[in-house]
Design a protein around this ligand. Structure first.
Ligand SMILES: [Mn+2]
Length: 270
C-alpha cells in the first residue's frame, strides 16, 4: 500500500489523471490524500469534483479556502466573482450529492506523525490543540447552523488568537489559520495580505512564514500542506512539505509519495 498526496488541483483534472496513471495507482492498494483546493480558477472543476467523489473510498481530503468558498456560494452567503469557475458545479444535477459529501470533509487530518492541512498550523497550537480547533469548525459545517457559518466565515478579523474567543469570530479565525494562513507573527497574529514568497529579510521580520517560527508548539509532526503557490513547493525544511506548485497558474500539479518523499509533477497544459 502506498500513500500519495496531491497538491492544489483547482480543477486541473488531466494532470491528476496522468499522475495517477504514472504511479499505477490501485484502488485495491493505494490511498490518495489531498491538501485541499480541489476546485476553482481552473477549467474542469465539475469533472474534478465528480472524479474525486467517485474515488472517495480511496481519498482522504481536507478542505481548502476555495472548497469552502464553493460551499458558501451554494448557500447564497457569497456571490461568485468573475474569476471563479464554480458555476457549473452549482448548476449540476448532482450538485447536492457532491457538495453534501464535500461539506463533511475536515480541515485537518492525521496519519501517525503526519498532519494534513490546507494552509498550515499556527505556532501557538500544538497538534492536539489544532485537531480540537479543526473539529470545532467541522461540527459547525455539519451542524444545524451550517448555512449561518458561511455567512460569518469571510473576513480577516480577528487576527490574533485568544482562548476565550467565542462564536463566529472564533470559528472564522480557526478557519483562517487552517485554510488561508501564509505569514504570521510568533503569537500567531495573521497577515493575510502578503501572498508573496519569503524574502531574505524575513528571519528578522515579525511576520514570517508560519513554519519559520522557532518556538512552534506542533514540533513533533511533519506538516503537509498546499495553498502557497509562491513557495514553489520549497519550504527549506523537510518537516514542512509544501505541495502547491501553482498548476492552475502554469506550474505543475505535484504528487508526493508519503513514504519515500519522492515528488512527481505534471503540467495542466501538457
Ligand atoms: Mn488555498
Amino acid at each position: 500500500m502506498t500513500d500519495y498526496v496531491v497538491g492544489d488541483i483547482q480543477g486541473c483534472l488531466p494532470p491528476l489523471e496522468r499522475l495517477l496513471a504514472r504511479v499505477h495507482f490501485s484502488p485495491d492498494r493505494d490511498l490518495l490524500w489531498s491538501v485541499g483546493d480541489i476546485v476553482n480558477r481552473g477549467p474542469a472543476c465539475l469533472d474534478t469534483l465528480r472524479f474525486l467523489y467517485e474515488r472517495r473510498d480511496n481519498l482522504r481530503l481536507v478542505l481548502g479556502n476555495h472548497d469552502l468558498h464553493l460551499l458558501a456560494a451554494r448557500t447564497g452567503a457569497r456571490k461568485l466573482s468573475p474569476s471563479d469557475t464554480l458555476e457549473p458545479i452549482l448548476r449540476a444535477r448532482d450538485s447536492d450529492r457532491l457538495l453534501d459529501w464535500l461539506q463533511e470533509q475536515p480541515l485537518l487530518r492525521r496519519a501517525g506523525d503526519d498532519l494534513f492541512v490546507h494552509a498550515g498550523i499556527p505556532p501557538q497550537w500544538d497538534s492536539t490543540t489544532a485537531e480540537d480547533r479543526a473539529r470545532e469548525v467541522a461540527a459547525a459545517l455539519t451542524g444545524p447552523d451550517c448555512d449561518r457559518f458561511f455567512g460569518h466565515m469571510y473576513g480577516n478579523r480577528p487576527a490574533t488568537w485568544a482562548d476565550d474567543l467565542t462564536d463566529w469570530p472564533r470559528l472564522r479565525l480557526i478557519t483562517n489559520f487552517l485554510t488561508r494562513m501564509r505569514y504570521c507573527a510568533a503569537d500567531g497574529t495573521l497577515d493575510l495580505e502578503n501572498k508573496g514568497p519569503p524574502d531574505a529579510d524575513s528571519e528578522d521580520a515579525p511576520f514570517r512564514p508560519w513554519f519559520r517560527h522557532p518556538h512552534r508548539l506542533a514540533a513533533g509532526e511533519r506538516v503537509i500542506f498546499g495553498h502557497w503557490a509562491a513557495l514553489g513547493g520549497d519550504t527549506g525544511d523537510e518537516r514542512f512539505v509544501g505541495l502547491d506548485t501553482g498548476c492552475v497558474w502554469g506550474g505543475e500539479l505535484t504528487f508526493f509519495n508519503l513514504d519515500s518523499g519522492e515528488r512527481l509533477g505534471e503540467r495542466c497544459g501538457d
